[in-house]
Design a protein around this ligand. Structure first.
Ligand SMILES: NC(=O)c1ccc[n+]([C@@H]2O[C@H](COP(=O)([O-])OP(=O)(O)OC[C@H]3O[C@@H](n4cnc5c(N)ncnc54)[C@H](OP(=O)(O)O)[C@@H]3O)[C@@H](O)[C@H]2O)c1
Length: 334
């Protein structure tokens, strides 16, 4: 019983989930917290996997291929949660079917793939957004407002890192070049996106990495700006880093504790003043903020989110490409 068009109007937004892996499950669990959202279908490369996921989460319909989910008339928006190397194809299928998409980070394997999808979405006027949940987090938005209001003056430096240390065999997607493995695309995308939220696209990108098995496992980036601002960023698959961020300006600095990409709070140090702590009620380690933003945009008839603009996504992908050129990392088929 499809309504006219794809817009949800006043009823709950009907989500389709594309992939049945780890983050797809967490997204479905988080959506259950949103009163104006429901999951109506799941799609997978195999019907058995889709049916298993549907049973586990009480989802009414299971599709054994991506195209059937993309064309499901009862789905308002598809959440794409495949490995990075498998983002482009299902997003394209959805856009060609006229179905809005929220696609996991990193948006694609490289900027060329991202440009193709953004071009298609704009040509077809279909909603498309990268699932950069950090940009939708209320605490990050509060920080961005304060910075825009001049709370720390001119932003001169951003420091951020995201490293994990976990046992992973060679078949794990983060270790598999065929799946776009490595620290930079999976984890480094957060420090890069955070820096670019504050400083925009850099004029120069420098990077250094230790490569292993065809992926980067310990990586540093220096983003340079014609203004003289800099961002120093690291990511790792072999070191449990602090996962903090600091934004330093001419009049003070803002410090984020561990987990800067889904923060509960930050501390503002204005020059010559006592530190001020900021927090916002509600969950921080949750996908409800990005899902709410998608629902809001669909109801408003918007084809891009102002919180996660596609031009920003493209700029992040160009920086990741530039860093990969510096460290000599190419994926199969590139
Ligand atoms: N926002 C976040 O906090 C966050 C956290 C983790 C991951 N992510 C992103 O979400 C995406 C998926 O990550 P994940 O940790 O959920 O991965 P995962 O557990 O390995 O699951 C990926 C799923 O994608 C499907 N898939 C499609 N093509 C595939 C292929 N060629 N090889 C393997 N699986 C394939 C599989 O489902 P079927 O068998 O049903 O096709 C698989 O279960 C990544 O892009 C990652 O960066 C985001």
């Amino acid at each position: 019983m499809a309504d006219e068009g794809k817009g949800p109007g006043e009823r709950p937004v009907r989500w389709g989930i594309l992939a049945t892996g780890g983050i797809a499950g967490k997204f479905v669990e988080d959506l259950a917290e949103l009163p104006d959202a429901e999951v109506v279908a799941v799609g997978s490369r195999s019907l058995a996997s889709a049916e298993g996921f549907a049973q586990r989460y009480g989802i009414p319909r299971a599709h054994g291929d991506w195209a059937s989910l993309a064309g499901d008339p009862d789905v308002d928006v598809v959440y794409v949660a495949t490995p990075h190397s498998a983002h482009q194809e299902p997003v394209r299928l959805c856009l060609e079917a006229g179905t809005p998409v929220l696609c996991e980070k990193p948006f694609t394997l490289n900027a060329a793939q991202a440009e193709e999808l953004v071009g298609l979405a704009r040509e077809r006027r279909v909603f498309l957004m990268e699932a950069m949940w950090t940009y939708c987090n209320p605490v990050v938005r509060r920080m961005a407002e304060l910075v825009a209001d001049g709370a720390i003056g001119e932003v001169l430096a951003v420091h951020a890192d995201f490293g994990i240390e976990a046992p992973m065999d060679a078949t794990h997607r983060l270790r598999d070049p065929l799946l776009g493995g490595g620290a930079l695309l999976d984890l480094g995308v957060y420090p890069v996106a955070f820096a670019q939220l504050l400083l925009g696209e850099p004029d120069e990108v420098r990077a250094w990495a230790r490569l292993s098995g065809g992926v980067d496992e310990n990586t540093g980036l220096l983003l340079g700006y014609a203004s003289g601002a800099v961002a120093a960023l690291t990511c790792s698959l072999v070191a449990d880093t602090a996962r903090t961020a600091v934004v330093t300006g001419s009049l003070g600095r803002i410090e984020f504790p561990r987990g800067f990409f889904h923060p509960e709070r930050f501390v503002l140090h204005r020059a010559g003043a006592e530190p001020e702590e900021f927090s916002v009620p509600g969950p921080s380690n949750s996908f409800i903020h990005e899902a709410s933003e998608v629902g809001r945009a669909l109801r408003a008839g918007e084809t891009e989110s102002p919180l996660v603009p596609l031009d920003g996504t493209l700029a992040v992908m160009r920086t990741l490409d530039a860093a990969r050129r510096e460290i000599g990392l190419r994926y199969p088929g590139e």
